[in-house]
Design a protein around this ligand. Sequence first.
Ligand code: ADP
Length: 519
Amino acid sequence: MVNLAAQKILEDKFGFETFRQGQATVIDQIMAGENTLAVMPTGGGKSLCYQIPALLLPGVTVVVSPLISLMKDQVDALHENGISATFINSTLDYPTIRERLRMAANAEVKLLYLAPERLDTPAFRQDLGQLQISLVAVDEAHCISQWGHDFRPSYLNLAAALEDLPSQPPIIALTATATTQVAADICQRLRIAPDHEVKTGFARDNLAFQVIRDQDKDQFLLDYLKLNPGQSGIIYASTRKEVERLTNFLKKHKISVDCYHGGLSDQARRDAQEDFLYDRIQVMVATNAFGMGIDKSNVRFVIHAQIPGSLEAYYQEAGRAGRDGLLSDAILLFRPQDIQIQHFFIDQSEMDEAYKKTEYQKLQEMTQYANTPMCLQRFILRYFGDLSDEDCGRCSNCLDQRELQDITVEAQKVLSCVVRLHSNFGKSIGAQVLTGANTQRIRQLNLQELSTYGLMRGSSQKNVSGLIDYLTAAGFLKATAGQYPVLQLTQTGADVLRGNTKVARKQAVKAQRSLPEND
Ligand code: ADP
Protein backbone atom coordinates (compact mmCIF):
# COMPACT_ATOMS: atom_id res chain seq x y z
CA MET A 1 0.00 0.00 0.00
CA VAL A 2 1.33 3.42 -0.90
CA ASN A 3 1.73 5.71 2.05
CA LEU A 4 -0.49 8.70 1.20
CA ALA A 5 1.75 11.27 2.85
CA ALA A 6 4.70 9.85 0.88
CA GLN A 7 2.68 10.04 -2.32
CA LYS A 8 1.89 13.68 -1.64
CA ILE A 9 5.57 14.56 -1.11
CA LEU A 10 6.48 12.68 -4.29
CA GLU A 11 4.11 14.94 -6.21
CA ASP A 12 4.53 18.24 -4.38
CA LYS A 13 8.25 18.27 -3.71
CA PHE A 14 9.67 16.13 -6.49
CA GLY A 15 7.06 16.57 -9.20
CA PHE A 16 6.63 12.86 -9.98
CA GLU A 17 3.28 11.11 -10.19
CA THR A 18 4.03 7.51 -9.43
CA PHE A 19 6.61 5.61 -7.47
CA ARG A 20 9.07 3.50 -9.33
CA GLN A 21 9.36 -0.20 -8.63
CA GLY A 22 10.46 -0.84 -5.05
CA GLN A 23 10.35 2.76 -3.83
CA ALA A 24 6.98 2.53 -2.06
CA THR A 25 7.89 -0.74 -0.31
CA VAL A 26 11.18 0.68 0.93
CA ILE A 27 9.53 3.85 2.19
CA ASP A 28 6.78 1.87 3.97
CA GLN A 29 9.37 -0.33 5.70
CA ILE A 30 11.36 2.66 6.89
CA MET A 31 8.29 4.44 8.14
CA ALA A 32 7.51 1.28 10.11
CA GLY A 33 10.96 1.63 11.71
CA GLU A 34 12.47 -1.41 10.00
CA ASN A 35 16.12 -1.51 8.91
CA THR A 36 16.04 -2.01 5.17
CA LEU A 37 18.38 -2.88 2.33
CA ALA A 38 17.42 -1.46 -1.06
CA VAL A 39 19.14 -3.06 -4.04
CA MET A 40 18.10 -1.19 -7.16
CA PRO A 41 19.84 -0.63 -10.46
CA THR A 42 21.69 2.59 -11.18
CA GLY A 43 19.13 5.22 -12.09
CA GLY A 44 16.43 3.23 -10.31
CA GLY A 45 15.62 6.08 -7.96
CA LYS A 46 17.36 5.12 -4.71
CA SER A 47 17.70 8.69 -3.42
CA LEU A 48 13.96 9.21 -3.04
CA CYS A 49 13.82 6.10 -0.84
CA TYR A 50 15.43 8.06 1.99
CA GLN A 51 14.69 11.63 0.95
CA ILE A 52 10.94 11.17 1.25
CA PRO A 53 11.10 9.52 4.72
CA ALA A 54 13.52 12.30 5.72
CA LEU A 55 10.73 14.77 5.06
CA LEU A 56 8.09 12.66 6.80
CA LEU A 57 10.12 11.99 9.95
CA PRO A 58 10.57 14.62 12.68
CA GLY A 59 14.38 15.01 13.12
CA VAL A 60 17.31 14.91 10.76
CA THR A 61 18.28 12.14 8.35
CA VAL A 62 22.00 11.40 8.15
CA VAL A 63 23.19 10.20 4.75
CA VAL A 64 26.56 8.47 4.76
CA SER A 65 28.10 8.60 1.31
CA PRO A 66 31.65 7.99 0.05
CA LEU A 67 31.07 10.35 -2.84
CA ILE A 68 32.54 13.55 -1.47
CA SER A 69 32.68 15.16 -4.88
CA LEU A 70 28.95 14.69 -5.31
CA MET A 71 27.69 15.81 -1.94
CA LYS A 72 27.48 19.44 -2.95
CA ASP A 73 25.53 18.58 -6.11
CA GLN A 74 23.12 16.40 -4.16
CA VAL A 75 22.54 19.10 -1.59
CA ASP A 76 22.11 21.75 -4.30
CA ALA A 77 19.54 19.56 -6.05
CA LEU A 78 17.58 19.25 -2.79
CA HIS A 79 17.71 23.02 -2.30
CA GLU A 80 16.22 23.43 -5.76
CA ASN A 81 13.26 21.39 -4.60
CA GLY A 82 12.96 23.58 -1.51
CA ILE A 83 14.36 20.95 0.86
CA SER A 84 16.82 22.01 3.56
CA ALA A 85 20.02 19.96 3.49
CA THR A 86 23.73 20.31 4.07
CA PHE A 87 26.92 18.25 4.05
CA ILE A 88 30.03 17.78 6.16
CA ASN A 89 33.24 16.41 4.69
CA SER A 90 36.97 17.03 4.60
CA THR A 91 36.67 19.91 2.13
CA LEU A 92 35.28 22.18 4.89
CA ASP A 93 37.13 24.09 7.61
CA TYR A 94 36.41 23.59 11.27
CA PRO A 95 34.19 26.67 11.88
CA THR A 96 32.00 25.70 8.90
CA ILE A 97 31.63 22.18 10.25
CA ARG A 98 30.61 23.52 13.66
CA GLU A 99 28.09 25.84 12.06
CA ARG A 100 26.56 23.00 10.04
CA LEU A 101 26.34 20.77 13.10
CA ARG A 102 24.61 23.61 14.91
CA MET A 103 22.08 23.89 12.09
CA ALA A 104 21.41 20.16 12.28
CA ALA A 105 21.04 20.34 16.06
CA ASN A 106 18.50 23.16 15.69
CA ALA A 107 16.54 21.16 13.16
CA GLU A 108 17.33 23.72 10.48
CA VAL A 109 18.17 20.95 8.00
CA LYS A 110 16.28 17.76 7.18
CA LEU A 111 19.20 15.95 5.57
CA LEU A 112 22.83 15.90 6.62
CA TYR A 113 25.30 14.24 4.22
CA LEU A 114 28.48 12.84 5.76
CA ALA A 115 31.62 11.15 4.49
CA PRO A 116 32.15 7.84 6.35
CA GLU A 117 35.56 8.96 7.67
CA ARG A 118 33.80 11.49 9.89
CA LEU A 119 32.56 8.67 12.06
CA ASP A 120 36.11 7.56 12.81
CA THR A 121 36.63 10.41 15.29
CA PRO A 122 35.10 9.93 18.73
CA ALA A 123 34.52 13.68 19.09
CA PHE A 124 32.43 13.78 15.96
CA ARG A 125 30.49 10.71 17.06
CA GLN A 126 29.69 12.53 20.24
CA ASP A 127 28.47 15.55 18.28
CA LEU A 128 26.25 13.30 16.22
CA GLY A 129 24.86 11.79 19.40
CA GLN A 130 23.50 15.22 20.30
CA LEU A 131 21.35 15.39 17.17
CA GLN A 132 17.83 14.10 16.88
CA ILE A 133 18.53 11.58 14.15
CA SER A 134 15.43 9.85 12.79
CA LEU A 135 17.02 7.85 9.99
CA VAL A 136 20.46 6.89 8.72
CA ALA A 137 20.93 6.19 5.03
CA VAL A 138 24.08 4.32 4.00
CA ASP A 139 24.62 5.00 0.32
CA GLU A 140 26.83 2.75 -1.85
CA ALA A 141 26.42 0.18 0.91
CA HIS A 142 28.41 -2.50 -0.95
CA CYS A 143 31.50 -0.56 0.20
CA ILE A 144 30.93 -2.08 3.64
CA SER A 145 31.57 -5.62 2.43
CA GLN A 146 34.99 -7.07 1.84
CA TRP A 147 33.32 -9.29 -0.74
CA GLY A 148 32.18 -6.20 -2.64
CA HIS A 149 34.23 -4.80 -5.47
CA ASP A 150 34.76 -1.44 -3.87
CA PHE A 151 35.44 -2.15 -0.23
CA ARG A 152 36.24 0.97 1.84
CA PRO A 153 37.95 0.42 5.20
CA SER A 154 36.26 3.57 6.52
CA TYR A 155 32.92 1.81 6.15
CA LEU A 156 33.96 -0.88 8.62
CA ASN A 157 33.57 1.37 11.66
CA LEU A 158 30.21 2.47 10.46
CA ALA A 159 28.15 -0.29 12.00
CA ALA A 160 29.66 0.26 15.45
CA ALA A 161 29.26 4.04 15.18
CA LEU A 162 25.61 3.69 14.24
CA GLU A 163 24.95 1.32 17.12
CA ASP A 164 26.31 3.96 19.49
CA LEU A 165 23.76 6.54 18.42
CA PRO A 166 21.48 7.16 21.41
CA SER A 167 18.33 7.50 19.29
CA GLN A 168 18.89 4.08 17.60
CA PRO A 169 17.38 5.27 14.33
CA PRO A 170 16.38 2.86 11.58
CA ILE A 171 18.98 2.30 8.88
CA ILE A 172 18.46 2.14 5.16
CA ALA A 173 21.35 0.72 3.14
CA LEU A 174 21.34 1.34 -0.61
CA THR A 175 23.36 -0.13 -3.44
CA ALA A 176 23.12 -0.89 -7.13
CA THR A 177 25.53 -3.79 -7.10
CA ALA A 178 25.25 -6.58 -4.61
CA THR A 179 25.72 -10.25 -5.22
CA THR A 180 23.78 -12.50 -2.86
CA GLN A 181 26.90 -12.80 -0.73
CA VAL A 182 27.47 -9.04 -0.51
CA ALA A 183 23.79 -8.41 0.28
CA ALA A 184 23.95 -10.96 3.10
CA ASP A 185 27.10 -9.31 4.42
CA ILE A 186 25.52 -5.84 4.41
CA CYS A 187 22.45 -7.20 6.22
CA GLN A 188 24.55 -8.90 8.85
CA ARG A 189 26.74 -5.88 9.53
CA LEU A 190 23.91 -3.37 9.68
CA ARG A 191 21.44 -5.68 11.42
CA ILE A 192 18.96 -5.79 8.60
CA ALA A 193 16.60 -8.78 8.61
CA PRO A 194 17.07 -10.71 5.35
CA ASP A 195 13.36 -10.39 4.55
CA HIS A 196 13.73 -6.62 4.70
CA GLU A 197 15.85 -6.61 1.59
CA VAL A 198 14.00 -4.98 -1.30
CA LYS A 199 15.52 -5.95 -4.60
CA THR A 200 14.01 -4.63 -7.77
CA GLY A 201 14.52 -6.10 -11.20
CA PHE A 202 18.14 -5.80 -12.02
CA ALA A 203 17.57 -5.95 -15.73
CA ARG A 204 18.18 -2.76 -17.63
CA ASP A 205 15.81 -3.12 -20.53
CA ASN A 206 17.34 -0.26 -22.44
CA LEU A 207 20.93 -1.51 -22.43
CA ALA A 208 22.27 -3.51 -25.36
CA PHE A 209 25.25 -5.48 -24.05
CA GLN A 210 27.91 -6.44 -26.53
CA VAL A 211 31.17 -8.31 -26.32
CA ILE A 212 33.58 -7.64 -29.17
CA ARG A 213 36.44 -10.11 -29.22
CA ASP A 214 39.91 -9.79 -30.66
CA GLN A 215 39.40 -6.69 -32.76
CA ASP A 216 41.70 -3.76 -33.26
CA LYS A 217 40.59 -1.60 -30.35
CA ASP A 218 41.56 1.77 -31.79
CA GLN A 219 39.91 1.08 -35.12
CA PHE A 220 36.74 -0.16 -33.44
CA LEU A 221 36.50 2.99 -31.32
CA LEU A 222 37.04 5.27 -34.31
CA ASP A 223 34.47 3.43 -36.41
CA TYR A 224 31.97 3.42 -33.56
CA LEU A 225 32.38 7.12 -32.82
CA LYS A 226 32.07 7.99 -36.51
CA LEU A 227 28.91 5.92 -36.79
CA ASN A 228 27.44 7.62 -33.71
CA PRO A 229 28.38 11.26 -34.14
CA GLY A 230 27.53 13.67 -31.34
CA GLN A 231 26.47 10.94 -28.91
CA SER A 232 27.71 11.23 -25.37
CA GLY A 233 29.63 8.31 -23.91
CA ILE A 234 32.33 6.98 -21.63
CA ILE A 235 35.30 4.82 -22.61
CA TYR A 236 36.88 2.99 -19.68
CA ALA A 237 40.43 1.68 -19.65
CA SER A 238 42.32 -0.05 -16.84
CA THR A 239 45.39 2.14 -16.55
CA ARG A 240 46.13 5.85 -16.56
CA LYS A 241 48.65 5.30 -19.32
CA GLU A 242 46.10 3.66 -21.59
CA VAL A 243 43.54 6.39 -20.79
CA GLU A 244 46.03 9.02 -21.91
CA ARG A 245 47.03 7.10 -25.00
CA LEU A 246 43.42 6.62 -26.10
CA THR A 247 42.59 10.26 -25.39
CA ASN A 248 45.49 11.49 -27.52
CA PHE A 249 44.62 9.04 -30.26
CA LEU A 250 40.99 10.16 -30.40
CA LYS A 251 41.94 13.84 -30.20
CA LYS A 252 44.20 13.32 -33.19
CA HIS A 253 41.18 12.05 -35.06
CA LYS A 254 39.19 15.17 -34.14
CA ILE A 255 36.90 13.48 -31.64
CA SER A 256 35.63 15.77 -28.89
CA VAL A 257 37.17 14.02 -25.91
CA ASP A 258 38.81 14.56 -22.54
CA CYS A 259 40.13 12.26 -19.86
CA TYR A 260 39.75 11.56 -16.15
CA HIS A 261 41.96 9.54 -13.83
CA GLY A 262 43.41 9.64 -10.35
CA GLY A 263 46.74 11.04 -11.51
CA LEU A 264 45.27 14.36 -12.63
CA SER A 265 44.98 17.42 -10.41
CA ASP A 266 41.66 18.03 -8.63
CA GLN A 267 41.10 21.02 -10.86
CA ALA A 268 41.73 19.08 -14.09
CA ARG A 269 39.37 16.34 -12.96
CA ARG A 270 36.66 18.80 -11.97
CA ASP A 271 36.96 20.63 -15.30
CA ALA A 272 36.81 17.42 -17.32
CA GLN A 273 33.81 16.17 -15.35
CA GLU A 274 31.92 19.45 -15.80
CA ASP A 275 32.71 19.60 -19.51
CA PHE A 276 31.29 16.12 -19.85
CA LEU A 277 28.22 16.73 -17.70
CA TYR A 278 27.34 19.89 -19.63
CA ASP A 279 27.97 18.28 -23.02
CA ARG A 280 30.92 20.52 -23.85
CA ILE A 281 32.82 17.35 -24.71
CA GLN A 282 31.31 14.27 -26.27
CA VAL A 283 33.43 11.44 -24.91
CA MET A 284 35.14 10.88 -21.58
CA VAL A 285 38.03 8.42 -21.51
CA ALA A 286 38.61 7.35 -17.91
CA THR A 287 39.80 4.86 -15.38
CA ASN A 288 37.34 3.51 -12.85
CA ALA A 289 38.06 6.65 -10.77
CA PHE A 290 35.41 8.30 -12.91
CA GLY A 291 31.73 8.00 -12.52
CA MET A 292 30.58 6.57 -9.19
CA GLY A 293 27.33 8.41 -8.70
CA ILE A 294 27.57 10.45 -11.89
CA ASP A 295 24.03 11.43 -12.75
CA LYS A 296 24.21 12.26 -16.42
CA SER A 297 21.08 11.08 -18.09
CA ASN A 298 22.02 11.06 -21.77
CA VAL A 299 25.10 8.80 -21.75
CA ARG A 300 24.41 6.74 -24.90
CA PHE A 301 27.31 4.31 -24.63
CA VAL A 302 29.81 2.93 -22.17
CA ILE A 303 32.67 1.09 -23.86
CA HIS A 304 35.21 -0.86 -21.85
CA ALA A 305 38.37 -0.80 -23.92
CA GLN A 306 39.86 -3.29 -21.41
CA ILE A 307 38.25 -5.90 -19.24
CA PRO A 308 37.45 -4.70 -15.69
CA GLY A 309 38.16 -6.79 -12.59
CA SER A 310 34.65 -8.04 -11.81
CA LEU A 311 31.12 -8.21 -13.12
CA GLU A 312 29.98 -5.99 -10.27
CA ALA A 313 32.35 -3.26 -11.38
CA TYR A 314 31.38 -3.89 -14.99
CA TYR A 315 27.64 -3.69 -14.42
CA GLN A 316 27.96 -0.59 -12.31
CA GLU A 317 30.14 1.18 -14.87
CA ALA A 318 28.16 -0.01 -17.89
CA GLY A 319 24.99 0.99 -16.03
CA ARG A 320 25.95 4.64 -16.35
CA ALA A 321 24.65 4.45 -19.90
CA GLY A 322 20.99 5.15 -20.54
CA ARG A 323 19.85 6.53 -17.23
CA ASP A 324 17.14 8.37 -19.18
CA GLY A 325 15.67 5.05 -20.25
CA LEU A 326 16.60 5.37 -23.94
CA LEU A 327 18.34 2.55 -25.76
CA SER A 328 22.09 2.64 -25.10
CA ASP A 329 25.14 0.47 -25.74
CA ALA A 330 27.28 -1.29 -23.14
CA ILE A 331 30.24 -2.71 -25.03
CA LEU A 332 33.18 -4.75 -23.80
CA LEU A 333 36.22 -4.97 -26.06
CA PHE A 334 37.85 -8.21 -25.04
CA ARG A 335 41.41 -9.29 -25.61
CA PRO A 336 42.73 -12.13 -23.44
CA GLN A 337 46.02 -10.30 -22.74
CA ASP A 338 44.14 -7.51 -20.92
CA ILE A 339 43.32 -9.98 -18.16
CA GLN A 340 46.99 -9.78 -17.16
CA ILE A 341 46.56 -6.15 -16.13
CA GLN A 342 43.86 -7.13 -13.65
CA HIS A 343 46.07 -9.97 -12.40
CA PHE A 344 48.76 -7.40 -11.78
CA PHE A 345 46.37 -5.17 -9.79
CA ILE A 346 45.39 -8.10 -7.58
CA ASP A 347 49.01 -9.18 -7.03
CA GLN A 348 50.05 -5.66 -6.14
CA SER A 349 47.21 -5.00 -3.73
CA GLU A 350 47.99 -5.17 -0.05
CA MET A 351 44.99 -7.31 0.76
CA ASP A 352 45.37 -10.70 2.43
CA GLU A 353 45.49 -13.99 0.52
CA ALA A 354 41.82 -14.85 1.09
CA TYR A 355 40.81 -11.51 -0.37
CA LYS A 356 43.09 -11.96 -3.35
CA LYS A 357 41.56 -15.35 -3.97
CA THR A 358 38.06 -13.91 -4.20
CA GLU A 359 39.36 -11.20 -6.50
CA TYR A 360 40.81 -13.86 -8.81
CA GLN A 361 37.51 -15.67 -8.69
CA LYS A 362 35.67 -12.50 -9.71
CA LEU A 363 38.08 -11.90 -12.54
CA GLN A 364 37.42 -15.40 -13.79
CA GLU A 365 33.69 -14.78 -13.77
CA MET A 366 34.26 -11.56 -15.66
CA THR A 367 36.34 -13.47 -18.21
CA GLN A 368 33.55 -16.00 -18.55
CA TYR A 369 31.18 -13.17 -19.38
CA ALA A 370 33.51 -12.22 -22.22
CA ASN A 371 33.34 -15.77 -23.55
CA THR A 372 29.86 -16.95 -22.79
CA PRO A 373 27.54 -17.98 -25.61
CA MET A 374 24.46 -17.20 -23.48
CA CYS A 375 22.38 -14.02 -23.35
CA LEU A 376 24.68 -11.41 -21.79
CA GLN A 377 21.95 -9.75 -19.75
CA ARG A 378 20.92 -13.12 -18.37
CA PHE A 379 24.52 -13.98 -17.55
CA ILE A 380 24.81 -10.79 -15.49
CA LEU A 381 21.47 -11.27 -13.77
CA ARG A 382 22.38 -14.83 -12.87
CA TYR A 383 25.60 -13.58 -11.32
CA PHE A 384 23.58 -11.28 -9.09
CA GLY A 385 21.33 -14.15 -8.04
CA ASP A 386 18.40 -13.35 -10.34
CA LEU A 387 17.62 -16.58 -12.15
CA SER A 388 15.54 -15.14 -14.94
CA ASP A 389 15.19 -17.50 -17.87
CA GLU A 390 14.27 -14.92 -20.47
CA ASP A 391 16.78 -13.84 -23.10
CA CYS A 392 17.03 -10.08 -23.57
CA GLY A 393 16.89 -10.19 -27.37
CA ARG A 394 19.17 -7.14 -27.58
CA CYS A 395 22.67 -8.28 -26.68
CA SER A 396 25.37 -9.35 -29.11
CA ASN A 397 24.80 -13.01 -28.27
CA CYS A 398 21.03 -12.84 -28.75
CA LEU A 399 21.52 -11.06 -32.06
CA ASP A 400 24.32 -13.33 -33.23
CA GLN A 401 23.02 -14.76 -36.49
CA ARG A 402 25.87 -17.19 -37.06
CA GLU A 403 24.98 -20.80 -37.26
CA LEU A 404 25.71 -23.23 -34.47
CA GLN A 405 28.21 -25.89 -35.39
CA ASP A 406 28.81 -29.17 -33.66
CA ILE A 407 32.28 -29.03 -32.07
CA THR A 408 31.89 -32.08 -29.85
CA VAL A 409 34.98 -33.83 -31.23
CA GLU A 410 37.23 -30.80 -30.75
CA ALA A 411 35.80 -30.31 -27.27
CA GLN A 412 36.52 -33.95 -26.42
CA LYS A 413 40.15 -33.46 -27.43
CA VAL A 414 40.50 -30.51 -25.08
CA LEU A 415 38.64 -32.19 -22.23
CA SER A 416 40.63 -35.40 -22.47
CA CYS A 417 43.84 -33.39 -22.42
CA VAL A 418 42.70 -31.70 -19.19
CA VAL A 419 42.10 -35.16 -17.73
CA ARG A 420 45.55 -36.32 -18.82
CA LEU A 421 47.09 -33.27 -17.19
CA HIS A 422 45.51 -34.44 -13.91
CA SER A 423 44.11 -31.01 -13.13
CA ASN A 424 47.63 -29.76 -12.50
CA PHE A 425 47.94 -27.16 -15.25
CA GLY A 426 46.24 -24.11 -16.67
CA LYS A 427 45.17 -22.91 -20.07
CA SER A 428 48.56 -22.02 -21.47
CA ILE A 429 50.12 -25.46 -20.90
CA GLY A 430 46.92 -27.11 -22.10
CA ALA A 431 47.07 -25.19 -25.38
CA GLN A 432 50.77 -25.97 -25.78
CA VAL A 433 50.23 -29.70 -25.28
CA LEU A 434 47.27 -29.86 -27.64
CA THR A 435 49.05 -28.00 -30.42
CA GLY A 436 52.20 -30.07 -29.92
CA ALA A 437 54.41 -27.10 -29.01
CA ASN A 438 58.06 -27.98 -28.56
CA THR A 439 58.84 -25.55 -25.75
CA GLN A 440 61.37 -25.83 -22.98
CA ARG A 441 58.60 -25.97 -20.39
CA ILE A 442 56.89 -28.87 -22.18
CA ARG A 443 60.17 -30.77 -22.36
CA GLN A 444 60.99 -30.00 -18.72
CA LEU A 445 57.66 -31.43 -17.66
CA ASN A 446 57.97 -34.29 -20.13
CA LEU A 447 54.52 -33.53 -21.45
CA GLN A 448 55.38 -34.53 -25.01
CA GLU A 449 54.87 -38.09 -23.78
CA LEU A 450 51.15 -37.52 -23.18
CA SER A 451 48.76 -39.29 -25.54
CA THR A 452 47.00 -35.96 -26.13
CA TYR A 453 50.22 -34.20 -27.14
CA GLY A 454 49.78 -32.68 -30.61
CA LEU A 455 46.15 -33.79 -30.88
CA MET A 456 45.23 -30.41 -32.39
CA ARG A 457 48.42 -29.82 -34.27
CA GLY A 458 46.80 -27.88 -37.11
CA SER A 459 45.40 -25.16 -34.81
CA SER A 460 47.19 -22.15 -33.37
CA GLN A 461 47.75 -21.88 -29.61
CA LYS A 462 45.61 -18.74 -29.66
CA ASN A 463 42.65 -20.58 -31.18
CA VAL A 464 42.99 -23.47 -28.76
CA SER A 465 43.20 -21.01 -25.84
CA GLY A 466 40.04 -19.37 -27.16
CA LEU A 467 38.35 -22.78 -27.30
CA ILE A 468 39.41 -23.50 -23.72
CA ASP A 469 37.95 -20.14 -22.66
CA TYR A 470 34.75 -20.99 -24.47
CA LEU A 471 34.48 -24.42 -22.83
CA THR A 472 35.11 -22.79 -19.44
CA ALA A 473 32.52 -20.07 -20.00
CA ALA A 474 30.02 -22.66 -21.17
CA GLY A 475 30.61 -24.73 -18.01
CA PHE A 476 32.37 -27.81 -19.42
CA LEU A 477 35.58 -26.86 -17.65
CA LYS A 478 36.23 -24.85 -14.57
CA ALA A 479 39.33 -22.97 -13.52
CA THR A 480 40.40 -22.91 -9.89
CA ALA A 481 40.69 -19.55 -8.15
CA GLY A 482 44.11 -18.05 -7.59
CA GLN A 483 46.97 -16.49 -9.41
CA TYR A 484 47.64 -19.58 -11.52
CA PRO A 485 44.24 -21.09 -12.26
CA VAL A 486 44.28 -24.79 -12.98
CA LEU A 487 41.77 -26.39 -15.33
CA GLN A 488 39.39 -29.06 -14.10
CA LEU A 489 36.65 -31.07 -15.71
CA THR A 490 33.07 -30.38 -14.60
CA GLN A 491 30.20 -32.87 -14.49
CA THR A 492 28.89 -31.70 -17.87
CA GLY A 493 32.44 -31.87 -19.22
CA ALA A 494 32.59 -35.51 -18.13
CA ASP A 495 29.27 -36.11 -19.92
CA VAL A 496 30.80 -34.76 -23.12
CA LEU A 497 33.76 -37.12 -22.78
CA ARG A 498 31.41 -40.05 -22.31
CA GLY A 499 29.57 -39.03 -25.46
CA ASN A 500 26.36 -38.19 -23.62
CA THR A 501 26.35 -34.46 -24.33
CA LYS A 502 27.11 -32.54 -27.48
CA VAL A 503 28.88 -29.19 -27.67
CA ALA A 504 27.95 -26.49 -30.17
CA ARG A 505 29.55 -23.18 -30.92
CA LYS A 506 28.82 -20.33 -33.26
CA GLN A 507 31.60 -20.23 -35.78
CA ALA A 508 32.79 -17.33 -37.84
CA VAL A 509 30.90 -17.26 -41.10
CA LYS A 510 33.21 -17.83 -44.04
CA ALA A 511 33.51 -14.93 -46.49
CA GLN A 512 31.08 -15.41 -49.30
CA ARG A 513 31.23 -14.25 -52.83
CA SER A 514 28.81 -11.37 -53.12
CA LEU A 515 29.87 -9.85 -56.44
CA PRO A 516 28.60 -11.32 -59.72
CA GLU A 517 31.01 -13.53 -61.54
CA ASN A 518 33.22 -11.80 -64.01
CA ASP A 519 32.76 -13.70 -67.26
P1 ADP B 1 20.05 5.98 -8.25
O1 ADP B 1 20.60 6.66 -7.02
O2 ADP B 1 19.25 4.77 -7.94
O3 ADP B 1 21.08 5.72 -9.30
P2 ADP B 1 18.57 8.40 -8.49
O4 ADP B 1 18.00 8.41 -7.15
O5 ADP B 1 19.68 9.35 -8.78
O6 ADP B 1 19.02 6.95 -8.92
O7 ADP B 1 17.40 8.62 -9.54
C1 ADP B 1 17.63 8.58 -10.92
C2 ADP B 1 16.71 9.54 -11.65
O8 ADP B 1 15.37 9.08 -11.57
C3 ADP B 1 16.73 10.92 -11.02
O9 ADP B 1 16.80 11.87 -12.07
C4 ADP B 1 15.41 10.99 -10.27
O10 ADP B 1 14.92 12.31 -10.18
C5 ADP B 1 14.51 10.11 -11.12
N1 ADP B 1 13.40 9.49 -10.34
C6 ADP B 1 13.50 8.90 -9.13
N2 ADP B 1 12.29 8.43 -8.72
C7 ADP B 1 11.41 8.74 -9.69
C8 ADP B 1 9.99 8.52 -9.87
N3 ADP B 1 9.26 7.89 -8.97
N4 ADP B 1 9.43 8.98 -11.01
C9 ADP B 1 10.18 9.60 -11.96
N5 ADP B 1 11.50 9.84 -11.85
C10 ADP B 1 12.12 9.42 -10.75
